[in-house]
Ligand binder design. Sequence first.
Ligand SMILES: Nc1nc2c(c(=O)[nH]1)N[C@H]1C(S)=C(S)[C@@H](COP(=O)(O)O)O[C@H]1N2
Ligand SMILES: [Mo]
Length: 344
Amino acid sequence: MSSRRLPPNQQLIRGERWPFVGERSSAPGRGEWGLEIAGLVDRPCSLSLEEFARLPQTTKTVDIHCVTRWSKFDVEFRGVLLADLTPLVSVRPAAKFLSFVARSTREHSSSLPLAEALELGTLLATHVGGEPIPAEHGGPIRGIVPGKYFYKSVKWIERLDFLAENRLGFWEATAGYHDHANPWREERYVASNIDGRRARQLIASKDFSGQDLRGIDCRQRDLRGLNAREGLLRDANFSNCQLANADFSGANLSNANFFAANLRDARFVGADLEGAELSAADLRGADFRGCSWFGTSFCRLEDTSRSVDGALFDTTTRFDPSSLEQLTDEQRRYVEERTTDGRE
Ligand SMILES: Nc1nc2c(c(=O)[nH]1)N[C@H]1C(S)=C(S)[C@@H](COP(=O)(O)O)O[C@H]1N2
Ligand SMILES: [Mo]
């Protein structure tokens, strides 16, 4: 059952843990909170939190699927359904898209086709598990869009803009996040725009440092001693690569694929490895101190929960013991069983 409920290549977080992703707080000092409804509507309005709380309330239990490969089942949100808000403002037929705009320093937003937002049962949520949503998780009002990667669920919503044309959201416009965000089709990122020729030149230079090389395909290459410090390498494919002594310090490697890579003595200090695949990789002597490990995989799980293709660790593999907390139970157990020797 659970294997069907979990979208492809996601890992289940159990218990109370709920990671923070993206911005940690709203923009300070902008007065009272409320919700503004604007754009292609006949009756634009501004609701105070009290007015908002008097609207019909709906409770929904949803499964969260973050694009960095962690999922969390059965989170109970309460708030106002988008479908209960639209009649209040009388949305014009010309409105085809909805942009959720956050009160944040970078004016964070995300958008959806209006019909889809309604069909998915989008909620403007104020409560989680019966309590007000904590500020770090987007309170007082956050969007909840069931059935999409969680980046469509904007924290600290202060305005809904009804639009004729799509206005890409922050991640979608600046970071190549897929605008459709369907976890069942793995619509995580748009394809890399690095062509084969440029990729070959880069690979020959062995210098990826500080460059935006999202989605680069390096499968099976000899990249021993690669300098990839501070590189933007999200979703890059390094499977089966020779990467001994490579330096990925400070790199963004979220969702990168290192399956069966030789990473002996590689440096990952301070790297973002959220959602990265490290199964079957040789990690002896590798240094992961200061890494972020939410949703990182070190082994694969068969339906029976038996782990296969485990990464090779030994006591020379370095990492902060506290970062194990970020892993799912299965992944944590796998790593712990192989590294407790000689550690406190
Ligand atoms: N305002 C705002 N909303 C946001 C983001 C953000 O950076 N800013 N990140 C998105 C992403 S990528 C995810 S996975 C979820 C994370 O929500 P959480 O921190 O409550 O887990 O918020 C989404 N909404
Ligand atoms: Mo995310």
